[in-house]
Design a protein around this ligand. Structure first.
Ligand code: FE2
Length: 334
């Protein structure tokens, strides 16, 4: 069961073609044991599968990510999901647009029922039929209070371990933000939510999705900046940051609140220089509404409040040394 359940059923925008979910992604990492410890500490259900690891959220059979071991960190592919009746029409549209359909990449792929191609910068993309894993309504957000005369908190030793509910989005690097907007709009049916000039953009699905299920930040090469995991409230974000710090993962950025997407956040740096984000209360764009996309200056659009952005926050470790984004060159990303 992969659909995010709630008060409403699966939502679909009639008469328009587009992917409905960011289904999963695959990343190569230098050491699976280290990855297992990081993502397990983060509160995810990490399972050994074949030669790699599957990343799940507890209580769900949906594999949000898969990891393979290799010489260096590398985002291998992005997998997007469509409704069954849209599979052939979207394939035909992509072929009509002149994009070459290719065989599934070898070596690290799990079972695939989809078709494959590359974006203009060589990122492998799969389109597959799968249940809608992006939410059909805005996810619950909880703030806890208690009546007068009662204790609102619990002892630190009794704090529950934070377990994210789902993969919320990923932020990928791209050599050209405008070209990525054009390619992913024309072929996958994604829509621009907001942008900061040609430095970063946020895109959503048309069938009901968060403000962004994928975002792109400018670099010289593709790569993964962060994967974001949805939790139910600010208290959980703080608890998650603490549970990671207790395990030795202190570096990151947060607690804060973004402007574009509006989500509360805390980013934890992983052992390869990218990040996993605890995220709560991100803006939601229903299937029957359009979003008025804005273009925001970086100094006014990155975060509403929070600590100063670390100088090395935006750094593409997947780019060749000379081509990495200079620390601080891009003012920030969500
Ligand atoms: Fe994010």
């Amino acid at each position: 069961m992969t659909a995010i359940t709630g008060k409403v059923g699966v939502t679909k925008r009639p008469g328009e073609l587009g992917i409905h979910s960011m289904d999963t992604f695959n990343m190569m990492v230098p050491d699976l044991k280290v990855a297992e410890d990081f993502y397990r500490s983060f509160g995810l259900d990490v399972r050994e599968e074949g030669q790699g690891l599957g990343i799940y959220t507890f209580g769900s059979s949906h594999r949000w990510a898969s990891l393979a071991e290799g010489p260096r960190k590398k985002l291998n592919h992005l997998s997007f999901a469509v409704f069954e009746e849209d599979f052939e029409p979207i394939r035909k549209r992509i072929e009509r647009n002149g994009v070459r359909i290719m065989d599934a990449p070898r070596g690290y792929c799990y079972d695939s029922n989809g078709f494959w191609f590359q974006d203009p910068f060589g990122m492998n993309i799969e389109i597959k039929i799968a249940e809608k894993s992006s939410p059909n309504e805005k996810m619950d957000f909880t703030t806890q209070s208690c009546p007068p005369g009662q204790m609102g908190s619990v002892s630190r030793t009794k704090a529950l371990k934070v377990q994210p509910r789902r993969l919320a989005h990923i932020l990928a690097f791209t050599p050209s933000v405008p070209e990525s907007i054009e390619f992913y709009s024309r072929n996958l049916g994604l829509r621009l939510s907001d942008r900061q000039g040609d430095g970063i953009c946020f895109m959503h699905g048309i069938h009901g999705s968060d403000h962004h299920l994928i975002a792109f930040a400018k670099s010289s090469a593709p790569g993964l900046h962060h994967c974001s995991w949805d939790v139910g409230g600010v208290n959980e974000i703080g608890l998650g940051a603490s549970q990671m710090a207790d395990k030795g993962y202190q570096k990151g950025w947060g607690l804060g609140r973004h402007v574009l997407g509006s989500n509360y956040f805390h980013y934890v740096k992983d052992p390869w220089g990218s990040y996993s984000e605890y995220s709560a209360d991100i803006d939601y764009i229903p299937a029957d509404q359009d979003w008025n996309a804005g273009d925001y200056p970086p100094e006014d659009g990155i975060y509403l409040w929070g600590p100063e952005i670390p100088q090395d926050f935006v750094f593409n470790y997947e780019a060749a040394d000379a081509d990495r984004v200079t620390p601080g060159a891009v003012a920030g990303a969500v």
